[in-house]
Design a protein around this ligand. Structure first.
Ligand SMILES: [Zn+2]
Length: 435
């Protein structure tokens, strides 16, 4: 049984800076930090901080995730009517990067539970909204007041395109004079991620932006006494993303250190709508690219580590790439090897980046059972209604070869050949052309 109450409300902050400058793209947003405090068997939900700022919330989609999240933030007007809701789940763990290759194999802790599970939500600021509360099952926290702020001028941002996934790369700890270093690293990560499946096949719908942030994001190495673990201040990261003026569904923080380190937050809820609050962090060095793919696998894909921990005190949470039986992914993986994540009795598929950074790609179970279903929420699969051979031809034409776009990746001749085959099988044009 959970008891819900507002323990305290600190730091109602009004960022007046942006009002006077007025140059930040976006509207007013309310940044809400919510934490879950454990007190014995009970948990208490606490609003830590409410900040009104200028910027953009994560991309709001017309179609909401059909999977219900366990928690809902509600904004109430003066009559007590709910005028806005945002479902969410708490971030409960940060994943520790795997040991650096060549170093002595030591797995002191594969993941660290957050002492206080947290959720940082960035939602539109509604002038008529006077209170917020969190609803869980049939209970709700007592409402907390929303600060009221004066009208301001702002630059409307470009609207998001439905059907795109927006990833934002944010600088942490780079000074103004170091931004060219940040830009190089960010561009490399961008090129690397987009070259890997399942992102490569959807590359025309994945928009990666780079933000030269100079605000302190509170990122520190040696978090929890683990040299290679970096933790950041999530509220500052989300505030920076909001103020960037870029559209974002997902965030990767690039921390200015050459020390092998990083981290990836996981909520285990696999709830897609509020995806940005689980982000990942990478360092700036020789393993940055593969580390970003691995940590993004945790924070975006909710994938498990495929190596086994010596210490099984760590609880296992269901994920696409660990299974109790090999038959679970027989259709997409021939490989099946004993031990995966915190379960020595579970199986992992063929080797992949979630096992070691030396293998620079995700395996097929991770792609087909984890990453693609998640991508499909952001980038709907135009071929979903096709079957068998027609599905394969559709995927080749519309995605792999990208024949329908101006940036097609195959020759005109190859595209025409696949087009004709699709028409021969179905009597119709490929769906991406028909749209
Ligand atoms: Zn990991």
């Amino acid at each position: 049984m959970k008891t819900l109450k507002v323990l305290y409300l600190v730091g109602v902050v009004f960022c007046s800076l942006f009002w006077t400058v007025g140059a930040v793209a976006g509207e007013r947003v309310l940044i809400v930090k919510i934490t879950e405090l454990q007190s014995g068997p009970n948990s208490e939900i606490v609003f830590d901080k409410l900040t009104v700022s200028t910027g953009l919330p994560p991309v709001q989609r017309l179609t909401k995730d059909s999977q219900n999240a366990p928690y809902e933030l509600q904004v109430l007007d003066s009559k007590g009517e709910v005028i806005y809701t945002q479902e969410f789940d708490f971030t409960r763990y940060i994943e520790v990067p795997l040991p650096e290759s060549g170093s002595e194999y030591q797995v002191e802790a594969p993941r660290i539970p957050l002492k206080e599970p947290e959720a940082v939500l960035v939602i539109p600021y509604l002038p008529e909204g006077v209170e917020i509360r969190v609803k869980v099952a049939d209970e709700a926290t007592p409402p907390a007041p929303v600060p009221s702020v004066p009208e301001s001028s702002y630059q409307p941002a470009d609207p998001a395109q439905e059907g795109n996934l927006y990833i934002l790369l944010i600088a942490s700890g780079f000074s103004g004079s170091e931004m060219s270093i940040f830009q190089n690293t960010a561009q490399e990560i961008k090129d690397y991620l987009i070259s890997k499946e399942p992102f490569a096949s959807r590359s025309s719908n994945i928009i990666i932006s780079i933000y030269e942030n100079t605000d302190d994001l509170g990122c520190e190495n040696g978090c929890e006494n683990i040299d290679r673990l970096t933790c950041c201040n999530s509220e500052k990261v989300m505030a920076s993303a909001a103020a960037s003026g870029h559209l974002y569904d997902e965030i990767i923080v690039i921390n200015n250190t050459e020390i092998y380190s990083g981290g990836g937050y996981r909520d285990h809820g696999f709830y897609k709508d509020n995806s940005a609050s689980t982000y990942c962090i990478v360092y700036n060095g020789s393993a940055t690219n593969p580390m970003s793919l691995h940590e993004f696998g945790h924070s975006f894909g909710d994938l498990c580590d495929e190596y086994t921990y010596d210490d099984e005190d760590f609880s296992y949470y269901d994920c696409a790439n660990c299974r109790a039986r090999c038959s679970a992914w027989r259709s997409v993986s021939k490989g099946c090897q004993l031990s995966c994540d915190a379960r020595s009795d579970y199986y992992r598929p063929e080797d992949s980046i979630m096992l070691t950074l030396g293998i620079p790609y995700y395996n097929l179970p991770s792609i087909h059972n984890g990453l693609i279903p998640r991508l499909n929420y952001f980038i709907p699969d135009v071929c979903a209604t096709e079957e068998g051979v027609a599905y394969g031809l559709c995927k080749a034409y519309c995605e792999a070869m990208d024949c329908d776009s101006d940036t097609f990746k195959a020759s005109d001749k190859a595209c025409i050949k696949i087009y004709d085959k699709f028409v021969e099988y179905t009597g119709r044009e490929p769906p991406c052309e028909a749209n």
